[in-house]
Design a protein around this ligand. Structure first.
Ligand SMILES: C[S@@+](CC[C@H](N)C(=O)[O-])C[C@H]1O[C@@H](n2cnc3c(N)ncnc32)[C@H](O)[C@@H]1O
Length: 526
């Protein structure tokens, strides 16, 4: 175990003492008297792990949430060090925007002229100084030690000098300084909560479009910077939450059969290993249940279901379990072979005669051969993922408005294909893990224009009925039922559901339920 947690060489007392501890009586920061060259030359394993994660993200386009567990295992971190490495890596990645703004004030050249490894070491040092309870001298010594061990002695003087400048102010002081002269609300929120400005703009638009208060943006951005609690689902008819609840999980408050689990490694639970209890965001559970439970407008057959974009299989597995309980069968489709294998693995907990796996481009389901085949269809479309920023710490810096523009074309085509594969009187759920208006309401609006036989169902009411306390319709949907056609005014798209991390404690999932009438005639109203 590294020396944190006791006074050790660096004097650091992780988890026990705040950063004020290394301030003198006058409030000034105290620094180590040792010159960088005399300080330690070894890397603390937890910080090394975080550094490796940042490097893999920068150099290999890796996903932090996939790299981190492997590095934790390779570097044999104990639970406490693993927690520290996670907070350090995720925090430094999430808050990169703010930290780079701070560093730009402390480095004598543009940041893009710094070696990438040096910049990552500086970001890690800055996160320890501004956002973690790590004493200043420990943050400096350990970051310089890390740099000496993995980058070389050359940059240690620079890193030491820059971090001393960073340490001259606390986080609030830095934010106040950087905000000076910034008048635009979007720029201010973006800086303070470390989000790209275009994302702040999109989130503000989405809040407004769903009738929420503009000021909520601050809570929403803050929620994006919080690690989510693990949500569990017991597959209906197959799994049970008893074991998780006995291990300290708390019953979920949004959807039936769910729980919040803060007890650490979920793979310790037998039911999770068996695949009958699964990790799944409550928002994902809710949209799947809303599709499964909503009454088919014209009744009739209800046994042929499709998940058009199933990988890695979260919603497909929940839908298949529900289908199994009702004697229905789910076709789970995923075009990417390795993701299709993940779907197969996830589905192994559900009796085999209730699901089929296909590996096709979802748009091919729009072919004549599939016309009118399915009673219920999930279109959980590939999207920008702006609703899950709290899970993927680096993702906000990787996306661009161009990605969104490209995705919206595919999203519309997939929803068109689903409507074609839907039987008259069936239901399609259009879902994104993004609240970006271009990926949500604009896609639905365009598809409704192209498909005159389709219309929106009362999505708020359906989501309301699927959730535990029946309040979602009030919280999630801006308007009461409105099944008007596009062209009747803005209210035509009022009746969709948008979940929010700061309100529902879920990812920001969007849900629109659509139905269609017989060919050539509009779907009848409820
Ligand atoms: C948001 S994810 C689906 C998540 C999944 N429903 C779950 O709950 O685990 C979108 C999926 O769509 C897949 N996809 C991408 N292009 C597609 C296409 N043309 N047709 C169908 N699926 C596609 C992606 O590979 C990805 O697995």
């Amino acid at each position: 175990m590294s020396e944190r947690g006791n006074s050790g060489n660096s004097g650091e007392r992780r988890n026990e003492q705040g950063r004020q501890r290394n301030r003198g009586a006058s409030g000034e920061r105290r620094f180590s008297v040792a010159a960088p060259s005399q300080r330690k030359r070894r890397a603390d394993p937890a910080r090394l792990t975080a550094f490796e994660v940042l490097r893999a993200v920068a150099e290999e386009d890796a996903y932090a949430n996939l790299v981190l567990p492997a590095r934790i295992r390779e570097n044999r971190l104990d639970k406490r060090d693993a927690g520290f490495a996670t907070e350090l890596a995720y925090g430094a990645l999430r808050e990169q925007g703010l930290y780079d703004a701070v560093l730009a004030r402390c480095v004598d050249r543009p940041l893009d002229q710094l070696d990438g490894a040096v910049l990552d070491a500086l970001r890690l040092g800055t996160h320890q100084l501004l956002s973690m309870r790590v004493p200043t001298h420990a943050a400096l010594d350990e970051t310089v030690g890390l740099a000496r061990a993995v980058i070389g002695a050359g940059p240690s003087g620079l890193i030491n000098a820059v971090l001393r400048k960073v340490a001259a102010r606390d986080r609030d002081e830095w934010v106040a300084e950087l905000l000076q002269g910034l008048d635009d609300d979007v720029s201010r929120s973006a800086l303070e909560h470390s989000h790209p400005e275009w994302i702040v703009r999109a989130l503000r638009q989405s809040l407004a479009a769903h009738g929420r208060r503009a000021e909520e943006i601050e809570d929403l951005l803050a929620a994006d910077n919080q690690a989510p609690v693990v949500n569990l689902v017991a597959l209906p008819g197959l799994g049970s939450l008893d074991e998780a609840l006995a291990q300290g999980a708390e019953p979920g408050t949004l959807v039936p059969g769910s729980a919040y689990y803060a007890g650490g490694d979920v793979s310790r639970l037998d039911s999770v290993r068996a695949g009958t209890t699964r990790v799944q965001d409550a928002g994902s559970q809710l949209v799947a249940r809303a599709l499964a439970d909503v009454a088919l407008p014209e009744g009739g057959r209800d046994s042929v279901w499709l998940d058009l974009c199933a990988g890695p299989g979260g919603k497909a597995t929940l839908l298949a379990a529900i289908a199994a309980g009702r004697g229905a069968t789910l076709t789970a489709n995923e075009p990417t072979p390795h993701r299709a294998e993940l779907v197969r693995k996830a589905l192994h907990a559900v009796p085999e005669d209730h699901w089929i796996l296909t590996v096709e481009d979802g748009r091919d389901y729009g072919n004549a051969a599939n016309a009118g085949r399915f009673d219920r269809i999930m279109v959980d479309a590939p999207c920008s993922g702006l609703g899950a920023l709290r899970r993927r710490p680096e993702s906000r810096w990787r996306k661009s408005p161009k990605d969104v523009a490209e995705l919206t074309i595919l999203q519309g085509e997939l929803l068109d294909a689903a409507l074609s594969a839907l039987r008259p009187g069936g239901v399609v759920a259009y879902v994104t893990c993004s609240p970006h208006p271009a990926e949500t309401r604009a896609v639905v609006e365009d598809v409704l224009k192209r498909n005159p036989d389709a219309r929106l169902l009362d999505t708020g009411a359906a989501a309301d009925a699927a959730c535990l306390d029946g309040t979602l319709g009030t919280l999630g949907a801006a308007h009461p039922l409105d099944a008007a056609r596009p062209g009747d005014g803005d209210a035509a798209l009022g009746n969709t559901v948008q979940l929010w991390p700061h309100v529902h404690r879920t990812d920001a999932m969007f849900l629109a339920l659509l139905t269609k009438g017989a060919a050539g005639r509009p779907a009848t109203k409820d």
